[in-house]
Ligand binder design. Sequence first.
Ligand SMILES: Cc1ncc(COP(=O)(O)O)c(C=O)c1O
Length: 398
Amino acid sequence: MPYDFDRPIDRRNTNAIKWDAYSSDVLPLWVADMDFAAPEPVLAALRVKVEHGVFGYEWASKELLATVASRMQKIHGWQVTADMVVAIPGVVSGFNLAARIACRPGEGVLVQPPVYPPFLKVHENTGLQLQLAPLRQVISTETLHYEIDFDEFEAAINSDGARTAMFLLCQPHNPTGGIYTPQQLTRLAEICLKHGLTICSDEIHSELLLGGASFTPMAALSPEIADHTITLVAPSKTFNVAGLFCGFAVIPNPELCQAFKQEVERLTMHVGSLGLAAAQAAFSGDCDDWLKALLCYLTDNRTFLTTTIARNFPDLRCTVPDATYLAWLDCNALVSSGRISTSPYKFFLKNASVALNDGATFGPGGEGFVRFNFGCPRSNMLAALDRMKSAFEALPPA
Ligand SMILES: Cc1ncc(COP(=O)(O)O)c(C=O)c1O
């Protein structure tokens, strides 16, 4: 069945944060949601709920928890059971909950910047200390990617006088779009287990695999690693239902799982009935043809974006993401040459009327970067790149 990802859908004046935060002349390519309609089976499931008309309290059904477990098996070959799955309102809630049960006040939570900004707030929300193990930038002529500095990673554990209790992993990684190999993950896990850390692995982007990339869940590496890992997944990014607030924690360790469930109850972190219905349809397999087509479209968007950046923006360098619909653009040459005097984020907003994410909000290593969301019709991306190019051409020469 053909799917039309080129069709523009007007999202202005719908309270969409992405579209309504800036004035109407601005093209928004920032917040990580896509400008595509959710797949038809999800819409049909929501219609059924709406037609029923009663929206009382609901729990996540056994069928839904079993569907999530089978999805892990089907997509990643990771064997889990329904009793290990806990419904949560979202992945950000999930990693804050994980920190509350895995850490005692004053202990440390370890993250790898530059990283999705809510990672850098967990310690403030939960009375913990933030510990940083920055990713290492590897630059080639036109592109860049990131690697883990394992020595620096281990050195950050128990740094600044705080015992590290949890490593909050982002993989696939936002904003770099990188996927760690099983070998890299194993090495990270070995270090964490050696120091007694719980691993919380945010795998929200794990089905958005571009160009046939492959992905291994951290907890699928071994039963021992699984025993120390809380994995967070959701249909929200893949099937574009983020506003329905539904995610899942998968926790094979029974004590950890029980503690997590109790915390969910204590804080009444329940999921709305429409989110549960959407998740069931999204993970059922009925949307997989749509997903296949989406991944082809996003892969083509990625190629178009990265080749355009290389061709038309000699001062910029861009990641070639293996996953997500996010590209990470290094604009530091533009800043250091003095061609722009504000941050690149402000430059593109003011001079091109294009709203990207400000790299500085992703923590150390993010300054001078912007994040570009290519989960949109190609025409939109083209229009944004044209505007950015004109803004560049109007700059004084280097
Ligand atoms: C890595 C990562 N985790 C979590 C989220 C948000 O998850 P949720 O909306 O389920 O809280 C995002 C959204 O961009 C993300 O990129």
